[in-house]
Unconditional design. Structure first.
Lengths: 315, 284, 475, 596
């Protein structure tokens, strides 16, 4: 078990390192000169040259990468050329925002998906099942941002129950946070929930075909009971994997949702900084996003291992 | 070494289920619209007619006109082309990259497999949309970049699927038989593996296609999608959101087009999955 | 809408929804109009300011006298002015600020390049010396370059702004909001509102939704006019349309083919239906212009467009230039209003037989890089928001690449000539620029403001580089 | 665990009257009437697909949603017709008054739940024990009762940590936990090794007797049924065609189908042409008394020596070719294969598995060598060596003069031309996406299309399939037909050696006989050297003159088949032979009346 843990962590570290290299390589070919953006219109060539030197853009890529990496291990994401402020601090606060958003989105998704999926499976050949899986299909087919726009028009503009966008400020009460959270979380979660529901359904269907479910029935457990006692835990194993992937997808879905609801999370930060060619920031953001995805996978991996003794054995 | 066993269901013999029919129908509808738009659209979708801005449905324009005075119906038909193009190219790219990798990994096994899958994990960590945004910034936003990015972004999932499929095929005795008969890896790959994982790949493709259509919309919304004046459903949505109050129909039509297409693709994919899954036999 | 929106602002607070957000608080080193829009007049003050009717009025200077040779101005400063950090504002600070201009990296500093030095006569008197007469001086002193800083606070301008204005910056979260609080010991007494919150929205729809859902009390500088329809006629809201200095210019690269050929430039102007562009891009609002001069400028003239919409003429001119069917690259900022305008232009040019390749570029980074800095463009479109900016046609390094010694000379004469002849000479200059079709002048951006009916004191026009919120009040 | 309170002495444990099972339009089971007295043991036999399982499931109301049962099902302790009883009533009955043991032990237990808990659950569910702790101890007792080694330990184990036999014991423990009035077993031992099967069967009968439980026992293996039950019912196409006391039905079957089935099942009786009986070749009269005929074609160059693996000292060379006239076609010496389980990572060392440990033997040209042994004993591994699919870790292996220890490309090509293989699973060994013509032609690497085509046609004919088969796909054939196709594929290259790995263990009794006939015929026709692997002694006995017994990667004993079977030397062989159920002995055993 210990060995397997260390092994996993080593692999994880390796993957992250590889990812960081890819990110750096990819972004260092971006057109648009950060130095120029920093200086604005009509800066003279030597001003630019000076600015570049100041930003260390004149040094070889490898050196720049190593420097960046060196900073990262000390938690220093570098200082933005455009805003002149340290990237790390802002990343932190933006990430927190996005994390809250995604967390609540995932919560919504799960709350939607599990009952929907299970019912759709248990009523597979009955009208209810068809209805449920049908509705989840429709849910998937709606673009997230469109769902967001519609939610805003109805609940913010027409009914004025919730703010149309924005985020709570430090110091505001929890109520304010909730108010700002409801619509985005719905927009994010309902769509992902529909996706998740499909997987829950097929996982439960698979489980219901298992021999040991038949054994459970033969023991005298009612179908529902058998499903609760034996089925769901088994179904959870594959669903976990998907759930992990979904979280990753949401992380990116958040980019769009944050734009729709003008939430200043990681996603909107990404768009801003891409637009201003704020390389150091973009690198940081993409790295954080990718890191998050990888981390999620790792956690899912570990959770599964703890749920499934066979995997525990294998490792 | 089990006891007598029942003959497996005759996959090929079964008639397609409702999912395939309905889904296929919807997709066919979109394809038809796209094809027709090649030769005929009610109006020319490109030129701006300031005089005819924002007309409601009716009066000469079946579904009304957009803020540029262009016929919405014509735009929708033309947009179908783009959506399909994006989907097809993205899926093609994903398949061309993902399937070979997956099959190689699955067939070679051991260290090579380990390595390929590690690489795949790294790739998996770059979601398609993120890739599209970054690549859009690198090579300039546009439908071309978007398609490729979405394709590359989807490739890892294809690699996964085809790998697991390949592993299953490789464990089958008919592969052992082929090797015992002196057939080489290539033959096994082409004659045994590919045909047997094709089902999986097609299902995955339909899913990826749907995702691509949705992503095109999202990208256009973020300004990384199709470049004007080329009509695209995504951009129609993006352009019309500020008219949501004054001219809601502008949002309704492209939204509906996207939803139905995706719905069709997913229904088709699920239908196909069930169709190919022997265990779904019972009750059908 | 269901009843009046309950404002979500705290009491005493007024929330104003704006567009693109500042990158930071330092307009001496960071480009972008958003920084001065937020800070000038509200937080930083100069010797003079431009009021809502585009007049230059006293601010930190009570009065001033120009030297007869026009090579110097003596300013008398206001009594009892303090920076928000408590230090009193004296002539030394004025001197310090103008002497520091060469440390600026942003373009606006160049607007005061005629200043050769400063002389402090007394704590309340300072002389600004010029290398040459400059009729634009006072106006430019009203711009960001004229802002007065205190030596104690110029080290972290990016994160803190210490000025003499009626408001202090309490906090700023990029692309989210800037919180301003009343500066109670402002020389003119505390401002009407205790707090101003500038909330930034990347997208106009969100701006208006914020107003509709009560998250914002006013929307200032709305770029999507079509959104106002739902507000107009609603008693809960007020909508105003004012003028700006923002001419939407169809820039042509005069330096290179094909636009080094005047016939081609005139063809383009004949081909493009400016009114249609305004109809689509500004929902019919804004003002038609025939040169790069807004009606609020002293040298505005309302003569008819020398190049009226006339496709036949355009086609003919193109034929003469042998350019029929040529492909033209059109580099457009990726902002909705420009993309919209560009599509109309493209459509018009297609009608006269040109093929237009739209190149949508991220604004600011990529568009500025390609068009402004590398001048690697043929056709471009942008809103020139700075006041009195027609002079840029004389700047050889400017992206217009317009070469016209005669015109340059006219401008020189106007600038350094007697002040009373200044307007007429400028008018002549502007006419020549337009006659030679140095660029296309599509329309003047409207300044659109929407607010809850209980909010007053918002600026109607955008006459300066600031959004003057000093008189905003509730009720 | 006192005797069940619900069951009354007089009422039958189970009564099926006029039971039908419908799937959509089709009727899968027709008017089945069966009755089990308390404590009685009824066997249910019949070919695959004859409706045995459906009948059983119907008895416990466990039919698939898509199926519908009509008629009467009465269960002791449940009043009224079970088919009309509500789910609640059924649940009360299941696992308490009637329980079931399924065929596939590997998948019959919840992989995420400890074995003990799974047993305890059935006790708690029916409140037959006061509480959790009591249930836990009871579970351990039950495990002990089903002779699970180290019950406490096992109770804490997860299913995947147990062997197939052990899992089936657990399933049995669950089934018997509440001492039900009726126990239904659907092919309970088909998935188990012969020796294990013996123990499990013993256990089932024992428990049933001890708890006075009536037993409905489904199997396709007549010998097993004969040894376990006292009454038997024969099903064909969803109908019960005959039922009665075992010795009557098996010695004097009245229904032709029963006769045919018996004939086909018994690999020691032959028709007038000395070939195995099949369901199609119905004999006039089936007489189990017929003496065992000489086994298949005897080894060229005289019978092999009957050798045993000594406790200590080097293993001998088994079945060594003595006569220079008849040299060894296959020559294996000290063959060893050690698997390192494909290590998932650099950082994890995997413990090695010795699949073959110093195996030495010959196979003489034209002889038929049988290899028997339990699962995991190394049979398939050995075959992989023979076909050049795998290399030995050490030792030497020659095949028709070619050295296979470390073969080059063209050696491999030659060898693969000379050896061909038939697999166990006729479904898995045919690519579902290929037409039969391509499947059969696959081994032919080069050659003129037309020639190949009619060669394929001729071969299909000689394995008893008509030309119509050429363009069909595998799923359109029955198991037996598929195995014929596989054989055709194996013979297309005119090999000298035919290797068959469990060729019939996946087939029905009747079909089994046909396929074995086919193999023996073709072996003679093509003068093949046959290496046949099976866990079923009878099969080997029928086809092979010489047999080698494998255990844990070693050949422990080898010699002329008759000798080895009649007097096994090595303890393992003895156990194997003893455990193998034989119809004749079973019937004999019954006539020497036993308490039942
Ligand atoms: N759920 C089902 N839906 C439709 N047909 C079924 C279903 N289950 C079984 N059948 C069919 O009913 C027939 C009898 O099945 P059953 O399982 O009882 O055979 P069996 O005698 O148990 O065979 P085996 O010895 O292989 O278990 C077979 O033809 C099978 O294909
Ligand atoms: N590829 C492999 N990797 C690791 N171990 C293996 C591999 N193949 C076989 N083994 C192990 O080698 C031993 C012999 O396997 P083999 O398949 O030869 O047994 P068998 O006699 O054919 O069993 P069965 O009758 O079930 O087919 C078993 O313990 C098996 O687990
Ligand atoms: Mg069965
Ligand atoms: Mg084997």
């Amino acid at each position: 078990m210990i060995v397997s843990m260390t092994r996993r962590l080593l692999v994880f570290a390796g993957t992250v390192l590889a990812a960081s290299a890819v990110i750096f390589g990819l972004l260092s070919v971006l057109p648009g000169d950060p130095a120029e953006v920093a200086l604005g219109l009509g800066a003279s060539p030597d001003e630019l040259a000076a600015q570049r030197a100041e930003m260390g853009l004149d040094r070889p890529l490898a050196a720049q990468y190593l420097q960046w990496l060196g900073g990262l291990v000390q938690g220093d994401f570098g200082t933005s050329a455009v805003t002149g402020t340290p990237v790390g601090a802002e990343l932190g606060s933006r990430l927190a925002t996005t994390a809250v958003l995604i967390g609540s989105g995932m919560a919504v998704a799960v709350v939607v998906a599990v009952p929907l999926g299970v019912l759709a499976a248990t009523h597979q050949r009955r009208p209810l099942g068809a209805l449920l899986s049908g509705s989840s299909q429709v849910g998937i087919a709606i673009p997230g941002f469109l769902a967001g726009l519609l939610l805003i028009t109805v609940f913010a503009v027409q009914l004025r129950w919730f703010p149309a966008g924005g985020w709570y400020r430090t110091g505001d009460g929890f109520g304010t946070l909730l108010g700002h959270l409801v619509l985005p979380a719905l927009a994010l979660g309902s769509v992902q929930g529909a996706v998740l529901a499909r997987y829950v359904r097929s996982a439960v269907l698979d489980v219901m075909r298992e021999d040991w479910m038949r054994t459970a029935r033969a023991k005298g457990l009612s179908p529902a009971r058998a499903l609760r006692r034996h089925g769901l835990r088994n179904a959870a194993v594959p669903v976990l994997t998907v759930g992990g992937v979904q979280l990753g997808v949401m992380l990116i879905g958040a980019v769009v949702i944050e734009r729709v609801f003008v939430i200043n999370g990681l996603g909107s930060m990404l768009l801003e900084r891409v637009a201003t060619r704020d390389m150091i920031a973009v690198q940081g953001i993409v790295l954080v996003l990718v890191f998050a995805v990888l981390l999620i996978n790792l956690v899912v991996d570990l959770v599964q291992t703890s749920v499934d003794p066979r995997l525990r054995e294998a490792s | 070494m089990t006891g007598p066993q029942r003959t497996a269901p005759a996959t090929a013999a079964r008639r397609p289920n409702t999912g395939i029919l309905v889904g296929g129908g919807l997709v066919a509808l979109v394809v038809l619209a796209a094809l027709v738009s090649l030769v005929w659209t009610p109006h020319d979708p490109l030129p701006v007619v300031a005089a005819d801005r924002l007309l409601g449905p009716g009066d000469g324009y079946l579904l009304g006109t957009d803020p540029y005075g262009r016929d919405v119906l014509s735009l929708l038909m033309y947009g179908a082309r783009i959506s399909l193009l994006v989907g097809v190219v993205a899926v093609a790219v994903a398949v061309l990259i993902g399937v070979p990798v997956g099959v190689c990994a699955g067939m070679s096994g051991g260290r090579a497999d380990q390595f390929l899958m590690r690489v795949n994990d790294v790739a998996l960590a770059f979601p398609a949309l993120l890739l599209a945004i970054v690549l859009g910034a690198v090579f300039g936003a546009g439908v071309g970049t978007a398609m490729i990015a979405l394709g590359i972004g989807a490739a890892p999932s294809f690699a996964r699927v085809s790998r697991s499929g390949t592993l299953q095929v490789m464990s089958q005795e008919y592969v052992t038989a082929a090797r015992a008969a002196g057939r080489g890896r290539l033959f096994v790959a082409v004659r045994h593996v590919l045909p047997n994982i094709s089902g999986l790949v097609i299902v995955q493709s339909s899913v990826a296609f749907a995702i691509a259509v949705l992503s095109e919309a999202a990208l256009s919304y973020l300004g990384f999608g199709t470049v004007p004046p080329t009509p695209s459903w995504g951009r129609m949505l993006q352009e019309s959101q500020s008219y949501l109050a004054s001219a809601p129909h502008l949002v309704v039509w492209p939204g509906l087009a996207i939803a139905l297409t995706v719905l069709g693709l997913n229904l088709f994919g699920d239908g196909l999955r069930d169709h190919l899954d022997p265990r779904m036999e019972a009750g059908r | 809408a269901a009843g009046p929106p309950a404002s979500r602002s705290a009491d005493g607070e007024i929330t104003i929804a704006l567009g693109t957000s500042p990158t930071n608080l330092d307009f001496t080193r960071s480009a972008g109009v958003a920084i001065p829009q937020a800070l000038l007049y509200n937080v930083y003050e100069g010797l003079v300011k431009i009021d809502d009717d585009a007049r230059v009025v006293p601010l930190l200077a009570e009065s001033w006298t120009a030297a007869p040779d026009g090579l110097g101005y003596t300013f008398r400063l206001r009594e009892g002015v303090r920076f928000s950090d408590g230090t009193p504002m004296t002539a030394d600070d004025v001197a310090f600020s103008f002497d520091r201009l060469d440390e600026w990296t942003t373009a606006s500093a160049r607007s005061l390049s005629s200043i050769s030095g400063t002389r402090v006569l007394s704590p309340r008197e300072v002389v600004v010396e010029l290398s040459e007469p400059d009729n634009d001086l006072l106006r430019n002193l009203a711009g960001p370059a004229g802002a007065i800083f205190t030596p104690g606070a110029v080290d972290e301008l990016a994160t803190s702004a210490v000025g003499t204005g009626p408001y202090r910056v309490e906090g700023y979260a990029q692309s989210f909001e800037m919180r301003l609080v009343a500066n109670d010991d402002h020389w003119a007494g505390p401002p009407p509102a205790d707090r101003l919150t500038l909330a930034y929205y990347s997208d106009p729809t969100a701006q208006v939704n914020a107003l509709l859902s009560g998250s914002a009390d006013a929307v200032v500088g709305l770029t999507a006019p079509q959104l106002l329809e739902q507000l107009e006629g609603d008693p809960e809201f007020g909508v105003t349309e004012g003028t700006t200095n923002g001419e939407v210019v169809l820039a042509m690269n005069n330096a290179t083919a094909p636009f080094d050929d005047e016939r081609v430039r005139r063809a383009i102007r004949h081909a493009v239906d400016d009114d249609a562009v305004r109809e689509v891009a500004a929902d019919g609002r804004g003002t038609a212009i025939t040169s790069m001069v807004p009606p609020t400028d002293p040298w505005y003239d309302d003569r008819p467009d020398p190049h009226p919409h006339d496709p036949e003429r355009a086609a003919q001119l193109l034929a003469e230039a042998g350019l029929t069917g040529a492909e033209i690259g059109f580099t457009v900022p990726n902002l909705p209003q420009y993309v919209a305008a560009a599509q109309v232009v493209q459509s018009d040019l297609t009608r006269v037989g040109l093929t237009v390749d739209l190149r949508i570029r991220e604004f600011p980074a990529v568009w500025l890089d390609e068009v402004f800095s590398r001048k690697d463009y043929q056709l471009a479109i942008i809103n020139h928001a700075e006041p009195w900016d027609i002079g840029q046609f004389a700047n050889p390094d400017y992206y217009f690449g317009y070469q016209d010694p005669v015109a340059d000379d006219m401008l020189e004469q106007a600038r350094s000539g007697p002040a009373e002849e200044y307007p007429d000479r400028m008018r002549a200059y502007a006419e020549r620029i337009s006659d030679r079709a140095a660029a296309g002048f599509l329309y003047l951006t409207p300044w659109l403001t929407a607010h809850r009916s209980d909010v007053t004191g918002l600026p109607v026009n955008s006459t300066s580089e600031s959004i003057d919120l000093t008189r905003v009040a509730r009720g | 665990m006192s005797a069940p309170t619900a069951t009354t002495v007089t009422a039958p444990a189970l009564r099926l009257a006029n039971l039908d099972v419908h799937a959509g339009g089709r009727t899968l089971v027709h008017g089945v009437d069966l009755e089990l007295a308390p404590g009685e043991r009824l066997g249910l036999i019949g070919e695959s697909g004859s409706g045995k399982s459906l009948t059983a499931y119907a008895a416990l109301g466990l039919l698939d949603e898509s199926l519908r049962a009509t008629g009467t099902v009465e269960l002791a302790g449940v009043d009224g017709n079970l088919l009309d009883a509500g789910e609640a009533a059924l649940c009360r009955a299941r696992g308490r008054t009637a329980s079931m043991v399924f065929q596939e032990p590997m998948t019959a237990l919840n992989p995420l739940m400890r074995v003990g808990a799974q047993i305890a659950e059935v006790l708690l569910e029916h409140r037959t024990v006061p509480g959790r702790s009591a249930a836990a101890t009871a579970a351990v007792e039950l495990l002990e009762r089903v002779r699970m080694p180290d019950p406490e330990q096992a109770a804490r184990a997860y299913p995947h940590q147990l062997s197939g036999g052990q899992r089936q014991r657990v399933v049995l423990a669950i089934a018997m936990a509440n001492a039900p009035a009726l126990l239904v077993c659907d092919e309970p031992t088909t998935a188990l090794d012969v020796t294990v099967q013996g123990q499990v069967l013993e256990l089932i009968t024992e428990l049933a007797r001890e708890r006075g439980t009536a037993l409905l026992f489904i199997s396709h293996d007549l010998a097993v049924v004969a040894s376990v039950t006292d009454r038997v019912a024969v099903m064909q196409d969803g109908r019960v065609v005959e039922q009665g006391p075992v010795d009557e039905v098996f010695t004097a079957p009245s229904h032709p189908y029963t006769r045919a089935l018996l004939a086909a099942a018994d690999l020691s009786v032959f028709d007038e042409h000395g070939r195995l009986r099949t369901t199609t070749s119905t004999p006039v009269r089936y007489d189990p008394g017929t003496p065992v005929p000489p086994t298949g074609p005897s080894r060229p160059g005289g019978p092999a020596a009957h050798l045993v693996l000594p406790e200590d000292g080097p293993p001998p060379v088994f079945n060594e070719a003595g006569d220079p006239e008849h040299p060894a076609l296959i020559r294996a010496r000290d063959l060893t294969r050690t698997y390192r389980r494909a290590g998932a990572s650099v950082l994890r060392r995997s413990r090695p598995v010795d699949a073959l440990r110093g195996v030495g033997f010959d196979v003489v040209e034209g002889q038929a060598l049988g290899i028997v042994g339990e699962s995991g004993s190394g049979k398939s591994t050995l075959i992989r060596q023979l076909c050049g699919l795998d290399r030995p870790t050490s030792g030497s292996l020659q095949l028709a003069g070619d050295d296979l220890t470390d073969p080059g490309r063209d050696t491999l090509r030659r060898v693969r031309g000379a050896v061909s293989i038939v697999f166990q699973d006729p479904m898995g060994s045919l690519d579902p996406r290929m037409r039969v013509r391509d499947i059969v032609a696959e081994p032919v690497l080069r050659g003129d299309r037309a020639q190949i085509r009619d060669r394929v046609a001729r071969l299909l004919e000689s394995v008893g399939l008509d030309a119509a088969a050429l363009d069909r796909y595998p799923h359109q054939f029955s198991g037996g037909q598929r195995q014929r196709i596989a054989i055709a594929r194996a013979l297309i290259t005119r090999p000298r050696i035919l290797v068959a790995d469990e060729p019939v263990s996946a087939l029905d009794v009747s079909v089994r006989a046909q396929v074995l006939n086919l193999i023996t015929d073709l072996a003679q026709e093509y003068r093949l050297t046959v290496v046949l692997i099976s866990h079923d002694l009878a099969v080997v006995r029928h086809v092979c003159d010489t047999v080698a017994v494998m255990n844990q990667g070693r050949i422990v004993e080898a010699g002329p088949t008759a000798d080895v079977y009649t007097d096994p030397q090595h303890p393992f062989t003895r156990r194997l032979v003893a455990a193998t159920p034989r119809l004749r002995e079973a019937l004999a055993g019954r006539t020497k009346g036993d308490p039942a």
